[in-house]
Write a protein that binds this ligand. Structure first.
Ligand code: SF4
Length: 341
């Protein structure tokens, strides 16, 4: 058994440390080896017919049949100031291919963990039982939750496995852009998700270092490589800009963001406010959140200065505005099932 940071190796397989698992379980996570799963806040609201998430509103994904998970639960190369997850536990070490669980094993074990999280809802009369039944068979996968999924060396196989499941309609992958080689591998191995998100939160090198607090020496170069890759990917692409007051929301930042989104030529731009939730409350203030009008202002200026995007929709409760690429146009609604047989 060897150890580092908050993970250990048991029988040559990376595991999250028992004391961390305890804390994650308290936070209603499911854990299997180095992977994590959770019932998203919005999925739980949807069970009670109290609303769906903005991805349902913008793209039509099924909020109550969403499985939010990560194959790299406690691994990340960055320590972003606005991260709501337990990043203080993160490990930055490389996940060696011979030390990680196989995709089928991860999905099978996490589905079991997720079922345990869902079953508890049946006892509550406010819950929509039909939705609970349907949620046991996910149709949408959000590969994000905690850690950086592109650190998992078998990610192409994992996405292909999810695509082979009959109920799979859509797969979203969120990346911090620190592993451009993995993004290229997803393209080369025909394992791209339905939609790939590049987290974008800095218009220049200095604010990138201040906001992301990266571990890699060439982190800025890696992120820019991922940005340019987006323009060549054969799938739906999204740049998600998280705005933090007094960090990156000044009008002086807009020209740099406008040139970045044009370089990536992404299909959609999500402009959203930082949200004062989870562990981020130890690092930032509520005042670091933007109002919806401030988010609208930033998005409107971005439209003016980029010239290829137009406003598509917004969600006030999530403090987000979405822009659509008029030049690299794609239908907003995800209709086709993701399977590859
Ligand atoms: S898509 Fe994202 S926000 Fe919507 S239910 Fe899934 S994890 Fe939650």
């Amino acid at each position: 058994m060897s150890c580092s940071g908050e993970t250990v190796e048991v029988n040559d397989l990376i595991q999250i440390r028992p004391k961390i698992i305890q804390q994650l379980k308290k936070a209603k996570y499911g854990v299997a080896d180095h992977s994590t799963v959770e019932l998203c806040h919005w999925t739980k609201k949807s069970f009670k017919n109290e609303g769906d998430c903005y991805k349902h509103k913008f793209y039509g994904i099924s909020t109550h049949r969403c499985m939010e998970f990560s194959p790299a639960g406690m691994f990340c190369e960055n320590r972003c100031v606005y991260c709501w997850r337990p990043m203080e536990f993160y490990d930055s070490l490389k996940m060696e291919p011979d030390k990680v669980a196989e995709p089928r094993e991860i999905v099978t074990k996490l589905m079991e963990e997720r079922k345990k999280l869902i079953v508890g809802h049946y006892g509550d009369p406010r819950q929509d039982r039909q939705k609970l039944d349907e949620s046991l068979l996910p149709s949408h996968y959000a590969i994000s939750l905690s850690g950086e999924p592109t650190m998992y060396p078998k990610l192409p196989e994992l996405i292909k496995y999810l695509k082979s499941l009959s109920q799979t309609k859509s797969i979203f992958l969120v990346t911090n852009g620190q592993e451009p080689e993995m993004i290229q591998r997803l393209q080369d191995e025909d394992a791209l998700p339905t939609q790939i998100y590049l987290s974008t939160n800095a218009g220049d090198y200095d604010s990138f270092m201040q906001i992301n607090r990266p571990r890699y020496k060439d982190s800025w170069e890696r992120w820019n490589k991922s940005l340019d890759l987006l323009s060549r990917l054969d799938t739906r692409t999204v740049i998600r800009i998280t705005l933090i007051r007094d960090y990156n929301n000044g009008d002086d930042m807009i020209p740099a963001f406008a040139s970045m989104i044009n370089r990536a030529n992404a299909h959609f731009i999500e402009v959203k406010s930082y949200m004062h939730i989870g562990r981020s409350r130890n690092r930032l203030e509520r005042d670091n959140m933007l109002s919806m009008d401030e988010v609208r202002h930033f998005a409107t200026e971005l439209v003016k200065q980029s010239g290829i995007f137009s406003g598509m929709d917004e969600s006030e409760i999530s403090r987000i505005v979405i822009l659509q690429n008029k030049k690299r146009f794609i239908d907003r609604w995800i209709t086709a099932y993701a399977q590859t047989n």
